[in-house]
Design a protein around this ligand. Structure first.
Ligand code: SF4
Length: 713
């Protein structure tokens, strides 16, 4: 952490800009300046970070000049090498090859895979390009692997999904906060400033850095969070913690949810989850007696094949205690990716149109068709979700040509070995990125695009606040913005140029009109208002007097027609894959402090690589001893899908039945070589957080030494 430098309303000097960190959804405020040819990052006194940054934010400038920055378009030549070409050659190649696939196999043989780090403007134009220029329904993005379960559950319960329906700063007045599957001390360290004064209840199979600071740590068996929260609801009902007035006035559907919870008495829950009855009762008592209590979920409980039901279970618990939609308490989910919130609102999701509209809704289709100047019948319907699309690549009925913008599924997708084989089976692969990621290395065409400090735009952070991303310096000469790339491609597909504006401000103005009247209404937000330093949370409709935005949702009623929040009656079921004699351990995956997502950016930062240079596997010493593992040596971790290699770290606080692997590393160290792609039936979220594995010393593994290096950034 550090001393604050300034607040962040707008540009101050030509060699200095107020902007935000390029990584996670907290979107810490920073001031960037050019000092003697170097870019310096300083923390600003922005509300979410109050002068603090984590190690990733401090070191972000190094990425701007990474030696392997993509600086020219690349096209794979007859010899199989990616060779530099000019932009016209690259875009002409993309257009002709994609057109050939479309002519032979139809528009749905073209896929588009976006990213939760793209600005709002890029996400919006990418969705429009896919549906109008390409005419395909096959567009989805890596945010499907991040927020989709929470989004579905919150939409069902509250009528709208905004990760935090209140500002982060509200957490500062909490007296009790339940963090379910969220390790914020490592993933969003500045957020700890807001939660530190509260008593924390942490639910996590690992004793994480966040759990170390908790008043109460519940350590369930991986895959049993839903049983645990059903038990907590049971205790709340039986021990008399229900807020009956709130239930009567503000909710519906309690009785069905209550009946399900009655089957999950504490002793049964202890048998299934391993969490003692006393700890279950203590957790409910802490939340029940809180004057200002919050329940927050993260990927730990969401990235499961029952992720939606699990989040619904936590919402049910919050509702029975009367927390959501109150001035000083609430429920929320902590969004992960930098623009994980905005990225799911503007149309790069398979089932969505801009403004958080549903693609099958006839009114939504008419609205968007009018904004885009086409007939509603021109708009494709819903397409495959992210994993389903990746699984279809190169198959007869699947996607044959894929365009990837700002994503690295070769590392980040579940069952990653299979996904690399599918990517390799494509007729044609295009990747637009900043560096030659593991996915870009498989591509036929690689397009070098701008990054963070080289571009303008907007990002929407985890609290639904729309923020300005500002440019400090020009990109390298042959690097273009994603908007320019989409404009150039659209022209080659015969689209009118003015349908694809290539400046962020123009795109945002169209996005405002597209979102008007939708759940995520940005129509009252403008660059001018944001540059004046206004804090604008959506919905912010265009009104006669400038609308102040909506920092707190649901205070006057939830977003269902009757104004009530809805309970969902959920029941526990096992993980998609159970442990058994040949795969006797649970594996769970997650992030470490020094790295972000697939690591394509952070693995290029020397200080971060010094801190966390390679894949590790955390194992309890007794488990390690039984398997013949020694601290610091390599191990092979295998599931039914493949094997990964990691350096053993013996950790006394690990559960003896569980190992943990971070998922940021490439090559043989990819944690996702073993993860289970079983998806949630509703959200299509894969089960990243639990699968069955065995672990053995590297030198004696039956699979033998693996071909790929452990680190090949
Ligand atoms: Fe803040 Fe997240 Fe960036 Fe760290 S990675 S500085 S927590 S925005």
């Amino acid at each position: 952490m550090s001393e604050p430098v300034s607040s962040t309303p707008a540009v101050s000097r030509p060699d200095q800009v107020a902007t935000h960190c390029p990584y996670c959804a907290l979107q810490c405020g920073t001031t960037l300046s050019r000092e003697r040819e170097r870019v310096i990052v300083r923390a600003s006194d922005f509300p979410v970070n109050r002068g603090g940054l984590c190690q990733k934010g401090w070191t972000a400038a190094e990425l701007l000049d990474t030696p392997d920055r993509l600086r020219r378009p690349l096209v794979r030549n007859a010899g199989g090498e990616l060779a530099p070409v000019d932009w016209d050659t690259a875009l002409d190649t993309v257009a002709s090859r994609v057109r050939r696939v479309r002519d032979e196999h139809g528009p749905d043989a073209i896929g588009v895979f976006g990213g939760g780090g793209l600005t709002n403007e890029k996400a919006y134009l990418l969705g429009k390009f896919a549906r109008l220029a390409l005419g395909t329904s096959q567009i989805d993005y890596n945010g499907r692997f991040c927020m989709s379960s929470a989004a579905a559950a919150m939409t069902a319960a509250f009528g709208v999904d905004r990760g935090l329906p209140f500002p982060v700063t509200d957490l500062g007045s909490a007296d009790v906060i339940m963090l379910a599957g969220a390790n914020v001390a490592e993933t969003m360290p500045p957020l700890m400033r807001h939660v530190d004064s509260a008593e924390l209840i942490v639910i996590d199979p690992r004793r994480t850095a966040t759990a170390e600071r908790a008043a109460l740590h519940l350590q369930p068996t991986p895959g049993t969070d839903l049983a645990l929260v059903l038990g907590l609801l049971h205790v709340a009902v039986v021990d008399g913690w229900c807020d009956d007035d709130y239930l009567r006035a503000r909710t519906s559907g309690f009785e069905a949810a209550r009946q399900r919870a009655m089957c999950w008495w504490p002793e049964r829950v202890e048998r299934v989850t391993g969490v003692p009855v006393s700890a279950q009762r203590a957790a409910v008592r802490m939340l029940g007696t809180a004057q200002r209590g919050y329940v927050l979920t993260g990927r730990g409980v969401e990235q499961h094949s029952k992720g939606v039901d699990t989040v619904s279970g936590f919402i049910n618990l919050a509702l029975v205690l009367g927390l959501p939609g109150q001035q000083r308490s609430g429920f929320g989910s902590l969004t992960g990716q930098g623009n994980g919130q905005g990225g799911r609102e503007h149309g790069q999701k398979a089932d969505q149109l801009p403004g958080y509209r549903t693609i099958t809704d006839s009114h939504a289709r008419e609205h968007m068709a009018a904004v885009w100047g086409v007939s509603p019948g021109c708009l494709p319907g819903p397409g495959r979700s992210a994993y389903e699309m990746l699984d279809s690549l190169g198959t007869d009925a699947g996607v044959r040509a894929l365009l990837v913008f700002g994503s690295n599924p070769a590392v980040s997708a579940p069952r990653a070995g299979h996904i690399v084989r599918r990517l390799s089976a494509l007729d044609f692969l295009v990747v637009a990125d900043v560096v030659c990621s593991e996915t870009a290395r498989l591509a036929d065409v690689v397009l070098p695009v701008t990054q963070w400090a080289e571009e303008e735009g907007t990002i929407t952070n985890l609290e639904g606040r729309v923020l300005r991303r500002r440019k400090l310096r020009e990109p390298p000469e042959q690097v273009r913005s994603d908007l320019e790339v989409l404009h150039g491609l659209a022209l080659r597909f015969g689209e009118p140029g003015d349908r694809y504006p290539s400046t962020p401000c123009e795109v945002f103005d169209e996005l405002r009109r597209a979102s008007e009247g939708g759940k995520a209404d940005y129509s009252g937000i403008s660059y001018a208002r944001l540059d004046a330093g206004e804090a604008l949370h959506w919905p912010c409709p265009e009104t006669a007097e400038p609308h102040p935005g909506t920092p707190r949702l649901f205070l006057d009623g939830f977003a269902h027609p009757d104004g009530r929040a809805r309970f969902t009656a959920v029941d526990h079921r096992p993980a998609a894959e159970s442990v058994r004699s040949d795969y006797p351990l649970h594996a769970t995956t997650g992030r470490v402090l020094a790295h972000y997502q697939s690591g394509a950016q952070t693995r290029r930062i020397s200080e971060l690589m010094d801190a966390a240079p390679e894949a590790v596997v955390e194992v309890h010493p007794e488990t390690g001893g039984r398997a013949g593992l020694r601290d610091g040596e390599l191990a092979v971790i295998s599931s039914r899908r493949g094997s990964t290699v990691a350096r053993v770290r013996l950790v006394g606080t690990m559960r003896m039945d569980t190992v943990f692997l971070p998922f940021h590393f490439p090559g043989a160290g990819r944690a996702n070589l073993i993860t289970n792609p079983a998806v949630d039936a509703c959200s299509k979220m894969p089960e990243f957080k639990v699968c069955a594995v065995r672990i053995e010393p590297y030198h004696s593994a039956a699979s033998g030494p693996l071909a790929q290096p452990l680190v090949d950034a």
